[in-house]
Design a binder for this molecule. Structure first.
Ligand code: GLA
Length: 387
């Protein structure tokens, strides 16, 4: 997308000019920003407000690249914030649910926090232990969700507003090899799509698996359940897990299981079904093998909330998607989130586009290894509409 840099004089010009507010979206307008508060180490996180011509709004902080607020119209045009999260950056530092965060260097789990690459064994921090079995989750304790990214607001020639986030993850950071240069672009387009494009390059072979960990509730965050949302997943197979939520290596057909979302089903319909994989996941917390495996942009998921008419489609170039039904959300720890309402278990869902968990240890899975000279490039879109 063609972009132009926003220079201070343009911001001033847009504010002084013909009655245009900084928050309005038009060619030449700026992306407003404000402080999102201080981090524990004293640095200031900023928050950037992207708006589009249809009135949708995405507020993104450079702390963890978190999508903090996402205002989406219902069938009557009424906006609600469909993204779970906090209103203080300090809460994001203290409470690690990965609300809205960018995830890296490796999304989801790596078994025992170890993998071998080109004859070298690498050890990663063990920051998670489902079923008492330790693993490395979402890039470790200091994964990309904890990074204060360099941020540059952008306005495309057609007025589309965006945010460019950059970070260099050093060789050895959280145990991973190679200096990894990462750029993420968020764009909020006129058709109500939030597009996230990820790019990376490295100077040593390394696993890379980047995603965004937004939790959604299409009734509005703070609504008590997502069990009434209808979900469709364009996936004929999934990767069953062991007690540590690590894929067994099997690619299992969804046919005849509660994992078959090829036609829409309410999330709550089979979430407590008597199925060994549901028992292991504590509900849905699995990687689906998307039907599209050729790296092109394709529909992966569609979620509908009938009462408000809000629909969210997920389009991606990735081969997998983690549908996580918010089983670890805990109202006692999340008694007062953004709206002042608690976030109980299963009050938000994630659709994390990704390569499969534990791929560095699973030679039969599509490779996640990026080598020097190669370009990591992948895009995911969350497209909103109402019916
Ligand atoms: C992912 C995992 C879940 C859980 C969440 C974060 O979606 O698959 O098991 O760890 O992240 O709470």
């Amino acid at each position: 997308m063609k972009t132009k840099k926003i220079l201070p004089f343009m911001i001033l010009a847009s504010l002084l000019g013909s009655g245009v507010n900084a928050g309005d979206c038009c060619d030449g307008c700026s992306v407003p920003s404000r402080s999102f508060g201080e981090l524990a180490d004293g640095r200031t996180a900023m928050i950037y407000t992207l708006t589009n011509k249809s009135g949708m709004k995405a507020e993104i902080t450079n702390y963890g690249g978190v999508v903090v607020n996402l205002m989406v119209p219902d069938r009557d045009g009424k906006l609600a914030d469909v993204a779970l999260g906090f209103d203080k950056v300090s809460d994001y530092e203290k409470k690690v649910y990965y609300f809205g965060s960018l995830i890296g260097r490796y999304g989801n789990r790596i078994a025992n926090g170890t993998f071998e690459l080109d004859g070298v064994t690498y050890k990663l921090p063990l920051n998670n232990e489902p079923g008492g079995i330790p693993c490395s989750l979402h890039g470790g304790f200091k994964g990309f969700h904890t990074v204060l990214w360099d941020a540059e607001p952008l306005v495309a020639e057609d007025g589309t507003q965006g945010l460019k986030l950059s970070y260099v993850s050093k060789d050895g950071e959280e145990g991973y090899p190679g200096n990894l240069t990462v750029t993420v672009h968020y764009w909020l387009d006129a058709a109500n799509a939030l597009r996230i494009s990820y790019e990376a390059s490295t100077d040593k072979a390394t696993p890379v698996n980047l995603t965004n960990h937004s939790y959604f509730n299409l009734a509005g965050e703070g609504s008590p359940t997502i069990n009434d949302h209808e979900l469709m997943l364009k996936a004929s197979a999934f990767t069953p897990v062991n007690a540590g939520l690590i894929p067994t290596g099997e690619i299992a057909p969804v046919e005849g299981t509660p994992f078959d979302f090829r036609t829409p089903h309410p999330i709550g319909e089979r979430v407590d079904a008597d199925h060994p994989q549901i028992a292991l996941g504590g509900g849905y917390d699995h990687n689906w093998v998307l039907d599209n495996q050729d790296g092109s942009m394709a529909l992966a998921a569609r979620v509908k909330h009938a009462a408000t008419g809000r629909v969210m489609e997920v389009w991606t170039m990735e081969p997998g998607i983690q549908f996580y039904g918010g089983n670890f959300l805990d109202a006692s720890d999340l008694s007062s989130a953004k709206s002042g309402k608690p976030y109980p278990k299963r009050s938000g869902f994630c659709l994390e586009t990704q390569h499969y968990p534990d791929s560095p240890n699973q030679p039969a899975f599509p490779s996640t290894i990026l080598r020097p000279g190669e370009a990591y490039k992948t895009t995911t879109e969350y497209r909103f509409s109402a019916e």
